[in-house]
Design a protein. Structure first.
Length: 340
């Protein structure tokens, strides 16, 4: 068994410092170089691979912020995720530095133990490979652009779609549509269909829903796209609306509700809506949105844990974690048996 004394001797620091660092003492304050040398010595001696031991989450982490600074509501979900990252990093006494330029992070990679990425803006494949060459430990939150290079933690949106369809079925609904946006990064490829739509097509057919002519996809994930899609639905369907629509994101649902209200369509009397993300705006729409909540705090904490575990164990096999979501029933859809 590797001892604290052996690690302290290899690293050149006191046993007390080594013990406090490796056991995650949040009150310990040491220089980055000290932290690196102790963790490196523990890894070289095999301490990190012992199941009874724990190596603290690395404290020097870069945050690659790929959130488009445009429409605030469009990017509200990722902005909320950023706030959770900042808060969690403070709780864990992590030293974080934000970057908006991947090239700058590549140039300064030696300063960091690893990185966390927030946002859905596309990164060039070639840049992702160069980033891996200089900083091989990273985790993407809510996206998965390079599954063979870095870890990721995402909400299980395919399961979310199935859960929503089960809710519709339990409420006795037969005709169900889908409202979404275009494009989604999957690996190093951009698909014309979002994963939520792919899941909807698959499960709606298997479960026997009537979806004929009820899939509406166009434009980015923002309020204006939702408004235009809502207007198109009214123009094409008139009084022949389905029982319900599953909307891929709250920002789209906000625009859809605006168009429906302007046309005199009453939700949920005329058509029900379930959305995804549970952003704060969902509570204040008319009616309030029934939407699937993504636990941002759990998403961030799982990402930090994955990053720390990868660095401590020098793990080369990439891990991709899917987290479940939870329906928050409000006014736009009433589940069977009423609001739970």
């Amino acid at each position: 068994m590797v001892t604290i004394k052996e690690i302290a001797k290899r690293a050149g620091y006191s046993q007390a410092t080594v013990s406090r660092l490796l056991n995650g003492d949040p009150t310990l304050s040491v220089k980055d170089e000290t932290r690196r040398r102790i963790i490196q010595a523990s890894e070289e001696l095999g301490y990190a691979t012992q199941p009874s031991r724990h190596v603290t989450v690395p404290r020097t982490v870069a945050i690659l912020d790929m959130i488009d600074p445009g429409d605030h509501l469009q990017d509200a979900y990722f902005n909320e995720l950023r706030d959770v990252v900042v808060g969690t990093a403070s709780e864990q006494h992590m030293d974080i530095t934000f970057y908006t330029d991947v090239e700058q992070l590549i140039a300064e990679a030696a300063r960091y133990d690893g990185f966390i990425t927030i946002g859905a803006e596309m990164l060039p494949v070639e840049a992702l490979h160069r980033l891996h060459d200089v900083l091989p430990y990273g985790v993407f939150l809510d996206t998965n652009p390079a599954p063979n290079l870095f870890d990721s933690v995402q909400p299980d949106l395919q399961q979310t779609v199935l859960d929503a369809l089960d809710e519709f079925a339990a409420a006795g609904m037969k005709r169900v549509g889908f409202i979404g946006g275009t494009g989604r990064i999957m690996g190093t490829h951009e698909y014309p269909e979002d994963m939520r739509l792919l899941a909807f097509r698959n499960w709606a057919d298997r479960l026997g829903f009537d979806t004929d002519g009820l899939i509406y996809i166009d434009g980015p994930f923002n309020v204006e796209s939702g408004r235009k899609l809502g207007e198109r639905i009214i123009a094409e369907r008139g009084d022949d609306l389905p029982d319900a629509f599953l909307v891929a994101a709250d920002v789209l649902a906000v625009g859809v509700l605006q168009s429906f209200t302007a046309a005199g369509v009453i939700v949920p009397r005329d058509v029900s809506l379930i959305s995804v993300n549970n952003q704060p705006i969902a509570q204040y729409t008319s009616p309030p949105l029934s939407t699937y909540d993504i636990d941002r705090r759990k998403l961030v904490r799982t990402g930090i844990d994955a990053l720390g575990e990868a660095i401590a164990g020098r793990r080369k096999v990439k891990h991709h974690v899917l987290l479940s979501t939870t329906l928050v029933p409000r006014g736009s859809f009433v589940p069977a048996g009423g609001v739970r």
